[in-house]
Ligand binder design. Structure first.
Ligand code: APR
Length: 311
């Protein structure tokens, strides 16, 4: 029996719940939010799609954390998007309060859960969740790398005019400016990316990937991406629930891998019932390794901002 809770019934949260339910990966999926009626209404609507799509998972919509008790996995999507006039520090403060409060509430009823954090700013929120929960770091994971890797793969497939399934793409590091693309681990039909495109073309694809979230925000005008993000979060949940030990690019706690420690960073890790079951140390080029170490320093700097916030 597996139970998954998704906190936040906004775009990201509700789409994640929909994907999980439709793939029948858990016995029960609970969706909670502070807005009364929202998770209940969405759950009712989703449950009514079951006979059409032929899946069994029942979604429970609730505003009460008691209903989340005993979850094996909790996905935290609760938070506010950045609004005009809001600084990054303002957003950090608002979302840190929300995520800290959510973490305390879910941990009380689900002390053995694996927590997957997606709320931005991701690196800080993953660190905060680990601190507030007191969980072993392996049981708190951030989602960013799967999304960035998927965006990179999409841009590569589009540019090369090939089947998306023939593309292998990996990004490491952090979400955004210090994302580290890893061309040495990318390929099209098994051919190394560096043999498919020239340096300038790869740099263009990397740049578009780095700004991938902003490109979508610019088009949508309100709100941010959620289809690819929810696909990534649901895949992480599935790996934990099925104890598959799938290798996925995620935001995981570094404990000396690549000579980096004491920070949440985007790396390829195996995910299973206990959360992160191992970190895969790839054979990186000198440049890629330097990029990863720079990203670690940048994330540590951002995480230090959390100390200025009283929760
Ligand atoms: N507890 C539970 N839910 C909360 C709380 C809280 N304390 N505070 C806010 N929420 C809910 C809101 O009511 C809203 O329904 O979180 C939801 C957020 O939904 P959206 O505004 O639609 O945002 P979404 O697109 O889902 O993104 C969520 O993921 O990608 C990141 O940057 C994004 O941090 C954001 C998060």
């Amino acid at each position: 029996m597996s139970k998954v809770t998704v906190v936040g019934a906004g775009k990201y949260g509700s789409t994640t719940v929909q994907r999980l339910a439709e793939s029948d990966v858990a016995d029960e999926v609970v969706m909670t939010d502070i807005v009364e009626g929202l998770p209940q209404g969405l759950a009712l609507d989703m449950n009514q799609s079951r006979p059409v799509l032929a899946y069994r998972t029942v979604v429970t919509g609730t505003n009460d954390y008691a209903d989340t008790a005993g979850s094996d996995v909790v996905v935290i999507t609760a938070g506010l998007p950045r609004k005009p006039g809001m600084s990054r520090m303002d957003l950090l403060e608002v979302n840190a309060r929300i995520v800290s409060d959510v973490t305390k509430n879910v941990v009380a009823g689900s002390p053995d859960a694996v927590i997957i954090v997606v709320t931005n700013p991701l690196d800080q929120m993953a660190t905060l969740t680990a601190d507030v929960s007191g969980f072993p770091k392996a049981r708190v994971i951030g989602q960013a790398g799967m999304l960035d890797s998927a965006r990179f793969a999409h841009f590569i497939a589009e540019k090369a005019g090939v089947d998306i399934l023939s593309v292998k793409a990996v990004t490491l590091g952090s979400h955004g400016d210090t994302m580290v693309p890893v061309p040495s681990l990318c390929s099209v039909d098994g051919v190394p990316l560096t043999d498919v495109f020239d340096e300038e073309t790869i740099a263009g694809l990397v740049d578009r990937t780095r700004k991938g979230g902003a490109e979508i925000v610019g088009l949508l005008k309100t709100g941010s991406a959620y289809y690819a993000p929810s696909a990534a979060a649901a895949a992480m949940v599935e790996a934990v629930v099925t104890d598959s030990n799938a290798e996925l690019p995620v935001c995981a706690w570094m404990d000396g891998q690549y000579d980096i420690e004491g920070v949440y960073l985007g790396v390829v890790a195996t995910l299973g019932a206990g959360g992160v079951t191992g970190i895969v140390e790839a054979d990186l080029t000198e440049d890629e390794l330097a990029g990863l170490r720079e990203a670690a320093i940048a994330v540590k700097g951002k995480v230090a901002d959390l100390e200025q916030i009283s929760l």
